[in-house]
Design a protein around this ligand. Structure first.
Ligand code: NAG
Ligand code: NAG
Ligand code: NAG
Ligand code: NAG
Length: 968
């Protein structure tokens, strides 16, 4: 995890190594003081002449010259970029080429231009107008009324220093040989063949700040790159400043980190820092050193300048002496540049005390903080942030929380709160912690939670450009700016939005082509051959550019006093177990059962009494409240699976979790000693509460296995809305023994072949035992599902083979499944369902390397291919890693944007009834049927559009309905 250090002592084995290494990420800038322009030849004659007469004792002429050049550079005024509107040259631009984009819905920062054209010349935007003559360009792209935004900018990525693909040797983000490494540089490690460059660009991301990790308080220098293929494979050619002209100031970028990471890592080795006090001292100590050297430099220059003058006026002035060369140190060079205000400093910092400490240091030593990164608690302390001398940007994520105490106070409304306080906000991904490709998803959710549409878009474009000091080139669609543009298939703030065209420096990116010399891409990108390219149907302009209205029709009571708020509150009382929902426009009840029109849902004593358009009013429960849904949409309650909800709160706080299970597979009594999740559940934790408020009413929770364990134990299905403890409901559990869980682990003491053999023999050897007393017999006989967690296509193939030839009765379920699309037809044939986790893959392990990203990178994702083959598919979140269980509905709807064969009903099934069916729970949860326990979510509009909110969650063991829950 990029900046998110989690010790991962014992968690997820397959990702263990990657996490540990990604846990801290390091960076590098590269314009150093030593990179200043060389001493000009033209000056030498004078000095050479002077040399004859006065050479300061102790230093050579060359040394003097070198020092003088440094001094001169230090004195040189910072170049002022030419006004944007006058720019006609992009130093990285497509030379002598013109490109015209016709008929766009152009986002101009705070409004749109409908039907506008953009003319690009030599990689610069030269004109934005209606009706530009196509004859003026060599090439014309028809935007077809689609939204055009500037290229997306991510100011927090570890791309290229921490490559995807699960190769530990390609992890270079943390120089963990000591806590203060301001002198290491990302540029020296960046890998130009990181597949992520292409993957991330396919999300419309055109510029990245590549940062070192956060293990160290001083991580090193960072670099800003543009994402387009460079035939040279030169990282320097990728820099935004490649070929930069003299009037551009070459900002340097640095990465620091405060808080838990360094003290946990070094503290465990009994090294400094063990505490935040130690971190603060280290910061101040290094700054003191840098300050001292900077003063020596200034003194030296002062003397040298006077000497230089003297040499030209009075060759024999005796009192000026220079006995030492210009004082320099590679170790302190970047810190001195920071003190000289030539660095954009990016600090990973979450908590109020950490933010205050770093602001305090910045005032003590007079340096500028460009951005506080992650900064989950920034919304709590805007006044502290404003104590700084300069405007600090908060570079945060919308909804990454829950792993540690540092992200416990995360707030989805933070962007709005900070904006209100006058603090600029940008959104970031921390790639590969979350896939850098999906940066717009951050903006989308910020918009969903009520942030302004234009600020949300600016947070991933212009606000980031400003924080990087690059707003004179990138971040907006303006005449004179670099031609970095994205044409979106649908409005970028809508679910599933993907680019149709990505243009960088005037070059259009080709995602069908190989980007690098080498075999890497062919290895990774597996295209599905099962389907012909569909003919493109004419597009509906309103569909591609409009952002749906946020539905406002809130839940109301149908009575003479309908909108009285206290009445509504009363009706949503814990005792309300009988009620009617009216005027639902669409109700997804079960597979093949979708009601539309003016649908009623009648609930009596917590059970569904009637659903449909023909419910008899005479049979409605007497005196039950009648809620008006004003056309809202109802789905079954969502089922979370694959994660340990209820067993874990903060993953690196052992006190907040059940722990990591060990099962001895050689124990003859394993059937009784096996770890059962039901015995460790803790109710009403923050993960559970947030998920429940988002309509996750059921969790299938499996024990967390220790890193080298292939048998995790037995899962439990339970209701997530329970008040305090299991005693608060007589219906807490849906099923106490839900499935047997195996995890294929890499790098453990058992080989994969041993694990497969052990799995097979545990089931085979017990097949004939008494199912009443032996859990493995139950599993072998198909009474209990067997979940095998793996991403690898060959391992999945082994399970398919096992089912076909040895264990035909076993109800296998594949969890993970990043490469399952490669064996889709076989999975369908032997009826093995797949739960994809995460729903949108990112290959953090080698076993997931052939995951499919979807358009425009590949035509399909695994979801598309599995559904097409008729595989039963479910989706799981990575709640333990990012608190994302509450986002499951959006994961379900993501593919609707590009997969025309997929219906909303199929999307609903991915997180409800499909999962219930896999685990044999479909008579209890995941559907809305007469006689079933009522368990549903009522939305005020289409759940697959951002901005739609929840009016009511009912079920999940919660007493009465939960009305208009507010996420935090
Ligand atoms: C040194 O003196 C020469 C001659 O006056 C002048 O051109 C040059 O700019 C001086 N160098 C510095 C660094 O001041
Ligand atoms: C920099 O300029 C050189 C010479 O014109 C050119 O070959 C190279 O492609 C340019 N680099 C970039 C990143 O555009
Ligand atoms: C661009 O066009 C101009 C004018 O035709 C020509 O002089 C120049 O050499 C061209 N540059 C490149 C890089 O092709
Ligand atoms: C900080 O931001 C405000 C509001 O945008 C602006 O007026 C002010 O000039 C900025 N201050 C600095 C030091 O950049």
């Amino acid at each position: 995890m990029g900046d998110h250090y989690v010790p991962f002592r014992h968690c997820d084995k397959r990702r263990l190594v990657v996490f540990v290494l990604l846990a801290f990420i390091a960076g590098a800038t590269f314009y150093s003081c030593t990179h200043l322009p060389a001493f000009s030849i033209a000056d030498t004659p004078t000095i050479a002449h002077a040399q004859e007469t006065v050479v300061p004792p102790g230093i050579s002429h060359t040394s003097f010259e070198h020092g003088l050049a440094q001094c001169e550079a230090l004195q040189r005024p910072r170049p002022v970029p030419q006004p944007v509107s006058e720019r006609t040259v992009n130093p990285r631009g497509a030379v002598n080429s013109t490109l015209l984009i016709k008929n766009g819905y152009i986002w101009l920062g705070n409004e749109y231009m409908d039907g506008g054209d953009v003319l690009i010349q030599d990689g610069v935007i030269r004109e934005i107008a209606m009706g530009i003559e196509p004859s003026r360009a060599d090439k014309v792209v028809d935007a077809g009324g689609r939204v055009i935004t500037p290229g997306i900018i991510d100011m927090h990525s570890h791309m290229m220093v921490d490559s995807i693909g699960g190769i530990t040797a390609a992890i270079d983000g943390h120089e963990m040989s000591g806590p203060t490494k301001p002198y290491v540089r990302a540029i020296d490690a960046m890998r130009p063949t990181d597949l992520a460059i292409k993957v991330v660009a396919s999300g419309g991301v055109t510029t990245n700040l590549v940062l070192p990790g956060s293990a160290n308080v001083m991580g090193g220098e960072a670099a800003v790159v543009k994402l387009r293929p460079m035939p040279t494979l030169s990282v320097e050619d990728m820099l935004v400043t490649a070929n930069a002209t003299e009037n551009e100031f070459p900002w340097r970028y640095m990465k620091f980190a405060c808080g838990d990471n360094a003290k946990s890592f070094y503290g465990k080795q009994l090294k400094m820092p063990m505490t935040r006090m130690g971190e603060a001292y280290l910061f101040r100590k290094r700054f003191e050193e840098a300050q001292e050297l900077m003063r020596q430099q200034d003194d030296w220059c002062d003397t040298a300048m006077r000497l230089n003058k003297t040499m030209h006026h009075d060759a024999s002035s005796p009192e000026i002496q220079l006995s030492e060369p210009f004082p320099e140190s590679l170790k302190l060079d970047s810190l001195i540049a920071l003190l000289r205000h030539n660095v954009k400093l990016n600090i990973h910092c979450y908590l109020p005390q950490d933010i205050e400490a770093i602001v305090r240091h910045s005032l003590e030593f007079d340096f500028d903080i460009a951005a506080l990164h992650h900064a989950s608690s920034a919304w709590q302390v805007p006044e502290i942030i404003k104590r700084a001398k300069n405007n600090i940007t908060v570079a945060t994520s919308t909804d990454f929380w829950g792993t540690t105490v540092e992200v416990w106070d995360h707030n989805v409304y933070a962007p709005g709160i900070l904006t209100e306080a006058g603090i600029p906000v940008t959104l970031i991904t921390d790639h590969p912690v979350t896939n850098g490709r999906d940066l717009v998803y951050e903006a989308q959710r910020a918009y969903h939670y009520g942030w302004d549409e234009h600020l949300a878009l600016a947070s991933v474009t212009s606000a980031a450009a400003t924080a990087l000091g690059l707003d004179y080139r990138i971040g907006s669609i303006e005449v004179g700016k670099d031609a970095d543009l994205v044409i979106w298939e649908r409005h970028p703030l809508r679910l599933g939005a993907r680019p149709k065209h990505v243009i960088v420096d005037g070059f259009e990116l080709d995602f069908n082509a190989s980007w690098f010399k080498g075999v890497v891409q062919e290895e990774f990108a597996e295209k599905d051959e099962t389907q012909e390219e569909g003919s493109s149907s004419p597009i509906d302009v309103n569909d591609v550019h409009a952002l749906p209205n946020r539905p406002t029709n809130a839940l109301s009571l149908e009575s003479h006093d309908a909108n009285h708020p206290s009445l509504l509150k009363e009706a949503c009382h814990p005792n309300t177990e009988s009620f009617v929902l009216r005027n639902i426009s669409k109700l997804y009840a079960a597979p093949g059962e979708v009601y539309t029109g003016a649908v009623d849902l009648v609930v009596e004593d917590g059970h569904v009494k009637c659903v449909g358009t023909t419910c008899e009013q005479a049979e409605w429960p007497s005196s039950a409240p009648i809620f008006q849904m004003h056309g809202g949409v109802v789905t079954p309650g969502i089922i979370s699976s694959g994660v340990s909800m209820g067993l874990s709160e903060m993953i690196n706080e052992p006190g907040t979790q059940d722990g990591f299970a060990r099962n001895n597979i050689d124990d003859p009594d394993l059937s009784t000693s096996i770890v059962r999740a039901v015995d460790g559940l803790q109710f009403n934790g923050l993960h559970m509460r947030k998920a429940f408020k988002a309509g996750v009413t059921t969790s299938i929770t499996q024990p967390m296995a220790a890193g080298d364990q292939m048998l995790a134990g037995v899962s439990v299905a339970f209701r997530t809305g329970i008040k305090h403890t299991l005693l608060d409901s007589n219906d807490t559990y849906v099923k106490t023994e839900t499935a047997l869980h195996f995890v294929i682990t890499h790098g453990s003491s058992m080989t994969i072949s041993q694990q497969m053999a052990a799995l097979r023999s545990l089931l085979q050897d017990n097949e004939d035992k008494d199912a009443a007393t032996n859990i493995f017999a139950r599993a072998a006989q198909g009474q209990l599902a067997v979940v095998v967690e793996t991403d690898d296509a060959d391992e999945i193939a082994s399970i398919i083979n096992m089912k076909q030839h040895a264990l035909p009765k076993v109800k296998f379920i594949i969890l993970g499944g990043a490469e399952s699309h490669l064996v889709a037809s076989h999975l369908a044939r032997v009826q093995i369902p797949v739960i994809l986790m995460p729903a949108r893959c990112v290959p953090l392990s080698w076993q997931a390397r052939r995951c499919l990203y979807g358009p425009p990178y590949s035509k399909d994702t695994a979801i598309d291919i599995l559904l097409r083959h008729g595989v039963l598919v479910g989706l799981a979140s990575e709640d333990r890693k990012d608190g994302s269980a509450r986002n499951l509905i959006w994961e379900a709807g993501w593919n609707l944007a590009h997969n025309k064969d997929m219906t909303q009903e199929m999307a609903v099934g991915l997180v409800t009834w499909n999962i219930a069916q896999m685990f044999g729970l479909d008579e209890q949860v995941g559907m809305i049927r007469q006689g079933y326990k009522a368990d549903f979510i009522a939305y005020n509009g289409n759940p697959f559009e951002f901005g739609t909110t929840i009016d009511m969650v009912y079920g999940g063991g919660h007493p009465g309905p939960l009305c208009s829950p507010r996420q935090t």
